[in-house]
Design a protein around this ligand. Structure first.
Ligand SMILES: CC(=O)SCCNC(=O)CCNC(=O)[C@H](O)C(C)(C)COP(=O)(O)OP(=O)(O)OC[C@H]1O[C@@H](n2cnc3c(N)ncnc32)[C@H](O)[C@@H]1OP(=O)(O)O
Ligand SMILES: CC(C)C(=O)C(=O)O
Ligand SMILES: [Mg+2]
Length: 502
């Protein structure tokens, strides 16, 4: 097994995410958590960039115990001096010097010739090495750099004292085949490749940052740079948690291991998300809210029988409490029955079948059926079984001058159906007038309340009514639950009427 190290740049490249700004206290908190997560090297910041960044690097250097702490520096002596100053209390300091080597960056950004770039690498890497044991050099925009020139730049850095070479895909331009080949090319053309640590640093502009990092590992890289949750400049960096778990789950393929403490994954990811303000997409690999959720019936059935059927990562491995089987319109009977039993209901087979049918109708209308919906659904079903009258059909029509007409069809326990119609000042009144006509009753509606069973625009409605017998003055309650407010209102009134007529 080869050992792969993780270099976390959440606090440097991650902070380059537009809108993200960590203060020193937050950076120290994240650094300590990254140490607990098993990160080998943390890039704590770019000390020359601001007094705040300098202070944060200094604070982190003093706060962590065994993790290597790195600071970024351009090929400028003042940058290197500033990083040296910031890292002087670190138990294991490292400097990260970079200079762009692609034609476009040299010509337009640096305004330097290739010869000047090589000279600058030599001078500044040597200067850095005079101050640090661990010196990393990155040829920025390496993947758009002429291959022969890249070999020259890397060899120059190694000869000047670099102990770590990082190959950045600065603009997220490469792909796994090409990036892997680039590492192979360096392995075959750098004299002392094996004496130096080679590292990947990928950006996700084309959505391949994780795949590219893994391709680098397959071709000689022994260190991966990335950020937690993949935050970073533009589309972000390689997500460390993705590479770490891919190496672990596919150990058979990569033959590699790392120091990552997997059960700290979720906690680390949550902390970075909270402090950066960058939320994690639900479908994000490894730590997204849906990563361990199975909604479709066939998958739910498989997971209930054996989680390995559809789960390659056990949730507890990454610190997620458990998987979940959210109920929706694609769910099946197995998952539905399991959830109903978990909620404490012991339904007979015919009741379960009936409940499942009602659930499917509800799930067709709602994005997700919640626990509250299930309680309401089963409560409604149990209650309706006791009721003498059941609502079969309901239609409403605007008549004129704000008046509504209702056509209501109800059935009774004996199997008789009754249909009639009436008008009213509003929808509810027209429904209730029609039910009164069908049941030939004259009752007083003394209370009507409505509440939603759950939140959201697709919530089920729960209607409570109280009706009063005009002669005895006795009151009778009724409750109706339905996705449709008017259906719920009709059901509630029928239930109260059933009670009154008993
Ligand atoms: C690929 C990456 O992620 S690289 C890291 C990017 N991160 C950051 O830039 C965040 C922090 N940056 C900053 O705070 C500022 O840009 C500073 C403090 C570093 C520099 O600020 P300023 O002096 O105002 O320069 P500015 O940012 O406008 O321009 C960058 C200068 O650095 C030069 N430069 C860029 N990279 C390097 C390098 N690796 N080595 C030497 N010089 C470099 C540019 O050519 C330019 O030089 P010029 O002023 O002579 O034209
Ligand atoms: C500083 C370098 C390594 C960088 O972040 C990049 O090239 O993307
Ligand atoms: Mg970068």
């Amino acid at each position: 097994m080869k050992k792969i190290q993780f270099f976390d740049t959440t606090l440097r490249d991650g902070e380059q995410t537009p809108g993200v700004n960590f203060n020193t206290e937050e950076k120290v908190q994240i650094a300590k958590q990254l140490e607990a997560y098993g990160i080998d090297v943390i890039e704590a910041g770019f000390p020359i960039s601001s007094p705040g960044d300098f202070e944060a690097v200094r604070a982190i250097a003093g706060a962590v115990s065994h993790m290597t702490v790195a600071g970024l520096a351009r090929c400028r002596k003042e940058d290197i001096d500033r990083a040296h100053e910031a890292l002087k209390d670190a138990a294991d300091p490292q400097i990260h010097v970079f200079l762009a080597t692609s034609d476009i960056h040299m010509k337009y950004k640096l305004k330097m010739t290739p010869e000047e770039v090589l000279a600058s690498i030599k001078e500044h890497v040597a200067y850095a090495r005079s101050k640090f044991e661990k010196v990393q050099f990155s040829p920025e925009d390496a993947t758009r750099t002429n291959k022969d020139f890249l070999v020259k730049a890397v060899q120059t850095a190694i000869d000047a004292g670099a102990t770590i070479i990082n190959i950045p895909d600065t603009v997220g331009y490469t792909n796994p085949t090409e990036y892997g080949a680039l590492f192979r090319h360096l392995r075959e053309n750098i004299a002392n490749f094996a004496d130096v640590t080679f590292s990947s640093h990928c950006h996700d502009d084309l959505g391949m940052a994780t795949a590219n990092a893994l391709a680098a590992i397959e071709n000689g890289a022994t260190r991966v740079e990335g950020t937690m949750n993949g935050i970073g400049e533009r589309a972000g960096n390689t997500a460390i948690e993705e590479v770490a778990i891919a190496l672990h789950i596919r150990k058979d393929f990569y033959q590699a291991e790392s120091s990552i403490v997997f059960n700290q994954t979720k906690r680390t990811s949550d902390l970075v998300s909270r402090l950066s303000g960058v939320s994690i997409p639900r479908n994000k690999a490894v730590i997204g809210a849906n990563a361990y959720a199975h909604e479709s019936g066939i998958h739910q059935d498989g997971v209930l029988k054996n989680p390995d059927t559809y789960e390659i990562i056990t949730p507890s491995l990454v610190g997620v409490d458990s998987n979940s089987l959210p109920l929706g319109k694609l769910s099946g009977k197995h998952a539905f029955a399991t959830r109903v039993a978990e909620l404490g209901y012991d339904l007979a087979a015919d009741e379960m079948n009936d409940a499942f049918k009602r659930f499917k109708v509800l799930a067709d209308k709602k994005k997700q059926v919640t626990v509250d919906d299930l309680h309401a659904l089963i409560a409604g079903q149990t209650q309706e079984k006791k009721d003498h009258y059941l609502l079969e059909n309901l239609q409403l029509q605007y008549v004129s001058s704000g008046r509504q007409g209702a056509i209501v069809c109800i059935s009774d326990k004996e199997g008789n159906t009754y249909t009639d119609s009436a008008v009213g000042a509003g929808s509810i009144q027209s429904i209730y007038n029609t039910i009164d006509r069908i049941l030939q009753q004259e009752i007083i509606l003394s209370d009507y309340r409505i509440k939603s069973v759950t939140g959201g625009e697709d919530a089920q409605a729960e209607v409570h009514v109280v009706v009063k017998h005009p002669e005895t003055g006795r009151k009778y309650n009724g409750v109706g639950i339905d996705f449709d407010v008017l259906q719920a209102s009709a059901k509630a009134y029928l239930q109260a009427s059933s009670a009154l007529q008993r």
